[in-house]
Design a protein around this ligand. Structure first.
Ligand code: FAD
Ligand code: UDP
Length: 379
Protein backbone atom coordinates (compact mmCIF):
# COMPACT_ATOMS: atom_id res chain seq x y z
CA UNK A 1 0.00 0.00 0.00
CA UNK A 2 1.34 3.44 -0.81
CA UNK A 3 0.51 6.32 1.43
CA UNK A 4 0.51 9.78 -0.06
CA UNK A 5 4.05 11.10 0.19
CA UNK A 6 4.85 13.03 3.34
CA UNK A 7 5.84 16.45 2.13
CA UNK A 8 7.97 18.66 4.30
CA UNK A 9 6.36 21.47 6.23
CA UNK A 10 3.00 22.57 7.48
CA UNK A 11 -0.08 23.90 5.77
CA UNK A 12 -0.48 26.53 8.50
CA UNK A 13 1.79 28.28 10.96
CA UNK A 14 -0.41 29.70 13.74
CA UNK A 15 1.11 32.35 15.99
CA UNK A 16 -0.47 32.36 19.46
CA UNK A 17 -2.16 29.48 21.29
CA UNK A 18 -5.00 31.48 22.88
CA UNK A 19 -8.63 31.16 21.85
CA UNK A 20 -8.10 32.60 18.37
CA UNK A 21 -5.13 30.39 17.50
CA UNK A 22 -6.37 27.22 19.18
CA UNK A 23 -9.85 27.30 17.62
CA UNK A 24 -8.31 27.76 14.18
CA UNK A 25 -5.75 25.02 14.79
CA UNK A 26 -8.50 22.60 15.80
CA UNK A 27 -10.77 23.48 12.86
CA UNK A 28 -8.00 23.28 10.27
CA UNK A 29 -6.58 20.04 11.68
CA UNK A 30 -10.09 18.63 11.53
CA UNK A 31 -10.08 19.49 7.81
CA UNK A 32 -6.94 17.38 7.41
CA UNK A 33 -4.51 20.31 7.36
CA UNK A 34 -1.13 20.07 9.09
CA UNK A 35 -0.76 22.81 11.66
CA UNK A 36 2.15 24.15 13.69
CA UNK A 37 0.99 26.42 16.53
CA UNK A 38 3.63 28.45 18.37
CA UNK A 39 3.45 30.62 21.44
CA UNK A 40 6.19 32.62 23.05
CA UNK A 41 4.79 31.85 26.48
CA UNK A 42 5.55 28.53 28.18
CA UNK A 43 1.91 27.40 28.02
CA UNK A 44 -1.18 27.17 25.81
CA UNK A 45 -4.45 29.04 26.44
CA UNK A 46 -3.27 32.64 25.99
CA UNK A 47 -4.73 34.93 28.62
CA UNK A 48 -7.34 32.32 29.53
CA UNK A 49 -4.66 29.91 30.77
CA UNK A 50 -5.29 28.51 34.26
CA UNK A 51 -3.17 26.40 36.59
CA UNK A 52 -2.95 25.12 40.15
CA UNK A 53 -0.89 27.34 42.44
CA UNK A 54 1.45 26.12 45.18
CA UNK A 55 -1.46 25.72 47.58
CA UNK A 56 -3.30 23.53 45.07
CA UNK A 57 -5.89 26.15 44.18
CA UNK A 58 -6.91 26.61 40.54
CA UNK A 59 -6.04 30.19 39.58
CA UNK A 60 -6.09 32.35 36.47
CA UNK A 61 -2.59 33.88 36.27
CA UNK A 62 -3.80 36.58 33.84
CA UNK A 63 -6.82 37.67 35.83
CA UNK A 64 -10.30 36.23 36.34
CA UNK A 65 -11.88 34.74 33.20
CA UNK A 66 -15.60 34.06 33.35
CA UNK A 67 -17.20 32.46 30.33
CA UNK A 68 -20.52 33.87 29.12
CA UNK A 69 -22.21 33.99 25.73
CA UNK A 70 -25.52 34.35 23.95
CA UNK A 71 -24.27 32.25 21.07
CA UNK A 72 -25.51 28.67 21.06
CA UNK A 73 -23.06 27.89 18.27
CA UNK A 74 -20.06 29.06 20.30
CA UNK A 75 -21.24 27.24 23.40
CA UNK A 76 -21.93 24.03 21.46
CA UNK A 77 -18.57 24.23 19.73
CA UNK A 78 -16.61 24.59 22.99
CA UNK A 79 -18.74 21.87 24.58
CA UNK A 80 -16.96 19.38 22.32
CA UNK A 81 -13.83 19.97 24.42
CA UNK A 82 -15.14 20.46 27.94
CA UNK A 83 -17.97 19.75 30.33
CA UNK A 84 -19.23 22.79 32.22
CA UNK A 85 -19.97 24.03 35.70
CA UNK A 86 -22.85 26.52 35.71
CA UNK A 87 -21.64 29.77 37.27
CA UNK A 88 -23.16 33.24 37.46
CA UNK A 89 -20.64 35.88 38.40
CA UNK A 90 -21.55 38.52 40.98
CA UNK A 91 -19.60 41.68 41.72
CA UNK A 92 -19.78 44.18 44.58
CA UNK A 93 -18.34 47.69 44.43
CA UNK A 94 -16.84 49.33 47.48
CA UNK A 95 -18.51 52.76 47.58
CA UNK A 96 -19.01 55.16 50.51
CA UNK A 97 -18.05 52.46 53.01
CA UNK A 98 -20.54 49.89 51.68
CA UNK A 99 -20.24 46.90 49.34
CA UNK A 100 -22.96 47.50 46.75
CA UNK A 101 -24.09 45.49 43.71
CA UNK A 102 -22.60 46.49 40.36
CA UNK A 103 -24.14 46.66 37.69
CA UNK A 104 -26.15 49.36 39.42
CA UNK A 105 -29.58 47.92 40.26
CA UNK A 106 -32.52 48.61 42.56
CA UNK A 107 -30.64 47.46 45.67
CA UNK A 108 -27.59 49.54 44.78
CA UNK A 109 -29.60 52.76 44.72
CA UNK A 110 -31.77 51.95 47.74
CA UNK A 111 -28.80 51.02 49.90
CA UNK A 112 -26.56 53.85 48.72
CA UNK A 113 -29.15 56.57 49.39
CA UNK A 114 -31.14 54.87 52.17
CA UNK A 115 -34.26 54.74 49.99
CA UNK A 116 -37.00 52.19 49.54
CA UNK A 117 -37.87 52.66 45.87
CA UNK A 118 -39.72 50.13 43.75
CA UNK A 119 -38.50 49.23 40.27
CA UNK A 120 -41.03 51.65 38.75
CA UNK A 121 -39.96 54.45 41.05
CA UNK A 122 -36.33 53.76 40.20
CA UNK A 123 -37.06 54.43 36.53
CA UNK A 124 -38.46 57.83 37.53
CA UNK A 125 -35.47 58.39 39.79
CA UNK A 126 -33.00 57.68 36.98
CA UNK A 127 -35.00 59.95 34.66
CA UNK A 128 -34.81 62.75 37.23
CA UNK A 129 -31.03 62.52 37.75
CA UNK A 130 -29.93 61.59 34.19
CA UNK A 131 -28.19 64.37 32.28
CA UNK A 132 -29.46 65.05 28.79
CA UNK A 133 -26.88 63.86 26.26
CA UNK A 134 -27.55 64.74 22.64
CA UNK A 135 -25.41 62.07 21.07
CA UNK A 136 -23.84 59.33 23.17
CA UNK A 137 -20.20 59.26 22.10
CA UNK A 138 -18.05 58.70 25.15
CA UNK A 139 -17.92 56.47 28.19
CA UNK A 140 -18.99 59.46 30.28
CA UNK A 141 -22.05 60.12 28.07
CA UNK A 142 -23.30 56.54 28.43
CA UNK A 143 -23.38 56.64 32.20
CA UNK A 144 -24.40 60.23 33.00
CA UNK A 145 -27.08 59.96 30.31
CA UNK A 146 -28.63 57.05 32.17
CA UNK A 147 -27.97 57.39 35.90
CA UNK A 148 -26.70 60.93 36.38
CA UNK A 149 -23.53 62.50 37.74
CA UNK A 150 -23.47 61.22 41.32
CA UNK A 151 -23.70 57.52 40.48
CA UNK A 152 -21.26 58.11 37.63
CA UNK A 153 -18.76 59.72 39.98
CA UNK A 154 -19.11 57.03 42.62
CA UNK A 155 -19.04 53.91 40.43
CA UNK A 156 -17.45 54.75 37.07
CA UNK A 157 -15.26 57.83 36.99
CA UNK A 158 -12.54 56.68 39.40
CA UNK A 159 -12.48 53.07 38.23
CA UNK A 160 -12.18 54.09 34.58
CA UNK A 161 -9.45 56.66 35.24
CA UNK A 162 -7.50 54.04 37.13
CA UNK A 163 -8.02 51.26 34.60
CA UNK A 164 -7.28 53.27 31.47
CA UNK A 165 -5.36 56.33 32.72
CA UNK A 166 -7.94 58.27 30.72
CA UNK A 167 -11.05 60.14 31.73
CA UNK A 168 -14.25 58.36 30.62
CA UNK A 169 -14.89 61.37 28.36
CA UNK A 170 -11.79 60.30 26.38
CA UNK A 171 -12.95 56.72 25.79
CA UNK A 172 -15.51 55.31 23.37
CA UNK A 173 -18.99 54.71 24.76
CA UNK A 174 -18.50 50.98 24.22
CA UNK A 175 -16.18 50.68 27.24
CA UNK A 176 -18.51 51.58 30.11
CA UNK A 177 -21.49 50.35 28.04
CA UNK A 178 -20.19 46.85 28.84
CA UNK A 179 -21.72 47.36 32.28
CA UNK A 180 -25.53 47.72 32.06
CA UNK A 181 -27.91 49.54 34.41
CA UNK A 182 -30.86 47.67 35.87
CA UNK A 183 -34.05 48.71 37.58
CA UNK A 184 -34.74 45.23 39.00
CA UNK A 185 -32.78 43.31 41.65
CA UNK A 186 -30.80 41.12 39.25
CA UNK A 187 -27.27 41.26 40.66
CA UNK A 188 -25.52 39.04 38.10
CA UNK A 189 -22.60 40.69 36.33
CA UNK A 190 -23.62 39.15 33.00
CA UNK A 191 -27.08 38.50 31.60
CA UNK A 192 -26.09 36.05 28.83
CA UNK A 193 -28.00 32.85 28.08
CA UNK A 194 -24.97 30.64 28.71
CA UNK A 195 -22.86 31.32 31.80
CA UNK A 196 -20.52 28.53 32.83
CA UNK A 197 -16.93 27.61 33.61
CA UNK A 198 -15.03 24.75 31.97
CA UNK A 199 -15.45 21.97 34.55
CA UNK A 200 -11.77 21.04 34.64
CA UNK A 201 -10.45 24.48 33.74
CA UNK A 202 -9.52 26.34 30.58
CA UNK A 203 -6.12 24.73 30.13
CA UNK A 204 -7.67 21.25 30.05
CA UNK A 205 -10.16 22.48 27.46
CA UNK A 206 -7.31 23.86 25.31
CA UNK A 207 -5.39 20.59 25.68
CA UNK A 208 -8.41 18.74 24.33
CA UNK A 209 -8.72 21.17 21.41
CA UNK A 210 -5.09 20.76 20.44
CA UNK A 211 -4.91 16.98 20.98
CA UNK A 212 -5.01 16.14 17.28
CA UNK A 213 -2.34 14.25 15.37
CA UNK A 214 -2.26 17.01 12.74
CA UNK A 215 -1.35 19.66 15.34
CA UNK A 216 2.15 20.25 16.64
CA UNK A 217 2.56 22.69 19.54
CA UNK A 218 5.77 24.66 20.06
CA UNK A 219 6.02 26.75 23.24
CA UNK A 220 8.62 29.26 24.47
CA UNK A 221 8.99 30.29 20.85
CA UNK A 222 8.53 33.64 19.19
CA UNK A 223 7.42 32.93 15.63
CA UNK A 224 10.23 35.14 14.37
CA UNK A 225 12.74 32.60 15.69
CA UNK A 226 11.42 29.84 13.46
CA UNK A 227 9.30 31.26 10.62
CA UNK A 228 12.10 31.37 8.09
CA UNK A 229 13.37 27.87 8.86
CA UNK A 230 10.12 25.93 8.89
CA UNK A 231 8.25 25.59 5.63
CA UNK A 232 4.55 26.41 5.83
CA UNK A 233 1.80 27.50 3.47
CA UNK A 234 -0.12 30.23 5.28
CA UNK A 235 0.33 32.12 8.54
CA UNK A 236 -2.41 32.91 11.05
CA UNK A 237 -1.26 35.65 13.41
CA UNK A 238 -2.99 36.39 16.74
CA UNK A 239 -0.41 38.67 18.43
CA UNK A 240 -0.48 42.49 18.48
CA UNK A 241 -0.88 43.78 14.94
CA UNK A 242 1.51 46.73 15.37
CA UNK A 243 4.33 44.42 16.50
CA UNK A 244 3.87 42.30 13.37
CA UNK A 245 4.61 45.38 11.27
CA UNK A 246 7.52 46.50 13.50
CA UNK A 247 5.50 49.44 14.84
CA UNK A 248 6.14 51.25 11.58
CA UNK A 249 3.33 53.75 12.16
CA UNK A 250 4.11 54.00 15.88
CA UNK A 251 2.88 51.99 18.84
CA UNK A 252 -0.78 51.09 19.01
CA UNK A 253 -1.81 51.64 22.64
CA UNK A 254 -2.61 48.48 24.58
CA UNK A 255 -3.35 48.75 28.28
CA UNK A 256 -1.54 46.38 30.61
CA UNK A 257 -2.10 45.06 34.12
CA UNK A 258 0.07 43.76 36.90
CA UNK A 259 -1.48 40.80 38.66
CA UNK A 260 -0.63 40.31 42.33
CA UNK A 261 -1.62 36.87 43.56
CA UNK A 262 -2.05 35.95 47.22
CA UNK A 263 -3.09 32.83 49.10
CA UNK A 264 -4.75 33.18 52.49
CA UNK A 265 -4.93 30.55 55.22
CA UNK A 266 -8.69 30.80 55.55
CA UNK A 267 -11.59 29.43 53.58
CA UNK A 268 -13.01 32.68 52.24
CA UNK A 269 -11.49 36.12 51.69
CA UNK A 270 -14.40 38.28 50.50
CA UNK A 271 -18.18 37.97 50.08
CA UNK A 272 -18.28 37.39 46.32
CA UNK A 273 -16.19 36.44 43.26
CA UNK A 274 -15.04 40.00 42.57
CA UNK A 275 -15.01 43.21 44.60
CA UNK A 276 -14.39 46.43 42.65
CA UNK A 277 -12.65 49.43 44.22
CA UNK A 278 -13.62 52.40 42.05
CA UNK A 279 -12.38 55.10 44.42
CA UNK A 280 -9.74 53.66 46.76
CA UNK A 281 -6.39 51.93 46.31
CA UNK A 282 -4.21 51.60 43.23
CA UNK A 283 -5.86 48.34 42.18
CA UNK A 284 -9.22 48.16 40.42
CA UNK A 285 -10.54 44.87 41.75
CA UNK A 286 -9.87 41.75 43.79
CA UNK A 287 -11.12 38.39 42.55
CA UNK A 288 -11.32 35.19 44.55
CA UNK A 289 -10.95 32.11 42.39
CA UNK A 290 -12.82 29.53 44.44
CA UNK A 291 -16.12 31.37 43.84
CA UNK A 292 -15.48 31.17 40.10
CA UNK A 293 -14.19 27.61 39.85
CA UNK A 294 -16.31 26.06 42.61
CA UNK A 295 -13.24 24.44 44.13
CA UNK A 296 -13.49 23.40 47.79
CA UNK A 297 -10.25 24.00 49.71
CA UNK A 298 -9.41 25.11 53.27
CA UNK A 299 -7.30 28.01 51.90
CA UNK A 300 -8.19 30.59 49.28
CA UNK A 301 -6.33 32.45 46.50
CA UNK A 302 -7.09 35.95 45.23
CA UNK A 303 -5.71 38.28 42.58
CA UNK A 304 -5.38 42.07 42.65
CA UNK A 305 -5.30 43.94 39.32
CA UNK A 306 -3.04 46.99 39.09
CA UNK A 307 -3.43 48.88 35.78
CA UNK A 308 -0.15 49.62 33.99
CA UNK A 309 0.98 51.50 30.90
CA UNK A 310 3.85 49.08 30.22
CA UNK A 311 3.84 45.30 30.19
CA UNK A 312 2.05 42.54 28.30
CA UNK A 313 -0.64 43.96 26.02
CA UNK A 314 -4.04 43.03 27.49
CA UNK A 315 -6.59 45.61 26.38
CA UNK A 316 -6.94 47.56 23.14
CA UNK A 317 -7.86 51.13 24.12
CA UNK A 318 -11.11 52.08 22.33
CA UNK A 319 -10.97 55.73 21.29
CA UNK A 320 -11.14 57.43 17.91
CA UNK A 321 -7.45 58.25 17.41
CA UNK A 322 -6.43 54.67 18.21
CA UNK A 323 -9.02 53.33 15.79
CA UNK A 324 -7.54 55.61 13.16
CA UNK A 325 -4.04 54.30 13.79
CA UNK A 326 -5.37 50.74 13.80
CA UNK A 327 -6.96 51.34 10.39
CA UNK A 328 -3.49 52.03 8.99
CA UNK A 329 -2.21 48.73 10.33
CA UNK A 330 -5.40 46.98 9.16
CA UNK A 331 -4.68 48.23 5.63
CA UNK A 332 -1.21 46.64 5.80
CA UNK A 333 -2.77 43.45 7.15
CA UNK A 334 -5.38 43.34 4.38
CA UNK A 335 -2.63 43.59 1.80
CA UNK A 336 -0.93 40.45 3.13
CA UNK A 337 -2.59 37.53 1.37
CA UNK A 338 -0.06 35.19 3.01
CA UNK A 339 -1.16 36.07 6.58
CA UNK A 340 -4.55 36.12 8.30
CA UNK A 341 -4.98 38.33 11.37
CA UNK A 342 -7.44 37.20 14.03
CA UNK A 343 -8.11 37.70 17.75
CA UNK A 344 -8.28 40.51 20.29
CA UNK A 345 -4.73 41.84 19.76
CA UNK A 346 -4.43 41.29 16.01
CA UNK A 347 -7.73 42.98 15.15
CA UNK A 348 -7.51 45.51 18.01
CA UNK A 349 -10.98 44.78 19.36
CA UNK A 350 -12.05 44.69 23.01
CA UNK A 351 -13.46 41.18 22.56
CA UNK A 352 -14.59 38.72 25.19
CA UNK A 353 -13.60 35.08 24.83
CA UNK A 354 -16.83 34.05 23.10
CA UNK A 355 -16.46 36.84 20.55
CA UNK A 356 -12.94 35.66 19.75
CA UNK A 357 -14.21 32.11 19.30
CA UNK A 358 -16.95 33.37 16.97
CA UNK A 359 -14.42 35.45 15.04
CA UNK A 360 -12.09 32.44 14.70
CA UNK A 361 -14.91 30.17 13.50
CA UNK A 362 -15.93 32.77 10.93
CA UNK A 363 -12.28 33.10 9.85
CA UNK A 364 -12.10 29.35 9.39
CA UNK A 365 -15.15 29.45 7.15
CA UNK A 366 -13.61 32.25 5.10
CA UNK A 367 -10.29 30.43 4.74
CA UNK A 368 -11.83 27.14 3.68
CA UNK A 369 -15.18 28.06 2.20
CA UNK A 370 -16.74 25.75 4.79
CA UNK A 371 -20.52 25.94 4.80
CA UNK A 372 -21.49 24.53 8.18
CA UNK A 373 -23.42 27.00 10.32
CA UNK A 374 -20.89 27.98 12.90
CA UNK A 375 -21.32 31.18 14.88
CA UNK A 376 -20.64 34.44 13.11
CA UNK A 377 -21.50 36.69 16.00
CA UNK A 378 -21.64 36.34 19.74
CA UNK A 379 -21.64 38.38 22.86
P1 FAD B 1 -4.59 35.94 23.62
O1 FAD B 1 -5.26 35.08 24.63
O2 FAD B 1 -3.90 37.17 24.08
O3 FAD B 1 -3.55 35.01 22.83
C1 FAD B 1 -2.56 35.53 21.98
C2 FAD B 1 -1.31 34.68 22.16
O4 FAD B 1 -0.36 35.06 21.16
C3 FAD B 1 -0.63 34.88 23.51
O5 FAD B 1 -0.57 33.66 24.23
C4 FAD B 1 0.77 35.41 23.15
O6 FAD B 1 1.79 34.90 24.00
C5 FAD B 1 0.94 34.92 21.72
N1 FAD B 1 1.87 35.73 20.93
C6 FAD B 1 1.83 37.07 20.73
N2 FAD B 1 2.88 37.44 19.97
C7 FAD B 1 3.59 36.32 19.69
C8 FAD B 1 4.79 36.06 18.94
N3 FAD B 1 5.47 37.05 18.36
N4 FAD B 1 5.22 34.78 18.85
C9 FAD B 1 4.56 33.77 19.47
N5 FAD B 1 3.44 33.97 20.20
C10 FAD B 1 2.95 35.22 20.29
N6 FAD B 1 -13.13 37.47 28.39
C11 FAD B 1 -14.30 36.90 28.78
O7 FAD B 1 -15.07 36.41 27.94
N7 FAD B 1 -14.63 36.83 30.12
C12 FAD B 1 -13.83 37.32 31.09
O8 FAD B 1 -14.16 37.25 32.30
C13 FAD B 1 -12.61 37.94 30.70
N8 FAD B 1 -11.79 38.46 31.64
C14 FAD B 1 -10.62 39.03 31.25
C15 FAD B 1 -9.79 39.55 32.25
C16 FAD B 1 -8.60 40.14 31.90
C17 FAD B 1 -7.71 40.71 32.98
C18 FAD B 1 -8.20 40.20 30.52
C19 FAD B 1 -6.89 40.85 30.12
C20 FAD B 1 -9.03 39.69 29.53
C21 FAD B 1 -10.25 39.10 29.89
N9 FAD B 1 -11.09 38.56 28.92
C22 FAD B 1 -12.29 37.98 29.31
C23 FAD B 1 -10.77 38.61 27.48
C24 FAD B 1 -10.04 37.35 27.00
O9 FAD B 1 -8.82 37.23 27.69
C25 FAD B 1 -9.78 37.45 25.51
O10 FAD B 1 -10.97 37.69 24.78
C26 FAD B 1 -9.15 36.21 24.89
O11 FAD B 1 -8.25 35.58 25.76
C27 FAD B 1 -8.44 36.62 23.61
O12 FAD B 1 -7.91 35.49 22.95
P2 FAD B 1 -6.85 35.71 21.78
O13 FAD B 1 -6.50 34.35 21.28
O14 FAD B 1 -7.34 36.72 20.82
O15 FAD B 1 -5.59 36.41 22.48
N1 UDP C 1 -16.28 50.06 35.01
C1 UDP C 1 -16.36 51.00 36.01
N2 UDP C 1 -16.70 50.61 37.28
C2 UDP C 1 -16.95 49.31 37.58
C3 UDP C 1 -16.86 48.34 36.56
C4 UDP C 1 -16.51 48.75 35.29
O1 UDP C 1 -16.11 52.17 35.77
O2 UDP C 1 -17.26 49.01 38.76
C5 UDP C 1 -15.91 50.50 33.64
C6 UDP C 1 -14.41 50.57 33.46
O3 UDP C 1 -14.11 51.58 32.52
C7 UDP C 1 -14.11 49.21 32.89
C8 UDP C 1 -15.29 49.01 31.95
O4 UDP C 1 -16.40 49.59 32.67
O5 UDP C 1 -12.87 49.17 32.22
C9 UDP C 1 -15.61 47.61 31.55
O6 UDP C 1 -15.76 46.81 32.72
P1 UDP C 1 -15.53 45.23 32.67
O7 UDP C 1 -15.81 44.70 34.03
O8 UDP C 1 -16.27 44.67 31.52
O9 UDP C 1 -13.94 45.17 32.39
P2 UDP C 1 -12.98 43.91 32.08
O10 UDP C 1 -13.54 42.74 32.83
O11 UDP C 1 -12.99 43.74 30.60
O12 UDP C 1 -11.67 44.38 32.61
Amino acid sequence: MTDSPVSAGFDYLIVGAGFAGSVLAERLANDGKRVLIVDRRPHIGGNAYDRYDDAGILIHPYGPHIFHTNSKDVFDYLSRFTAWRPYEHRVLASVDGQLLPIPINLDTVNRLYGLNLTAFQLEDFFASVAEPVEKVRTSEDVVVGKVGRDLYNKFFRGYTRKQWALDPSELDASVTARVPTRTNRDDRYFADTYQAMPLHGYTRMFENMLAHPNIKVMLNTDYREIAEFIPYGHMIYTGPVDAFFDHQYGKLPYRSLEFVHETHAREQFQPTGTVNYPNDYAYTRISEFKFITGQVHPHTSVVYEYPRAEGDPYYPVPRPENQELYRKYAALADARSDVTFVGRLATYRYYNMDQVVAQALATHRRLTGAAQPEAETAG
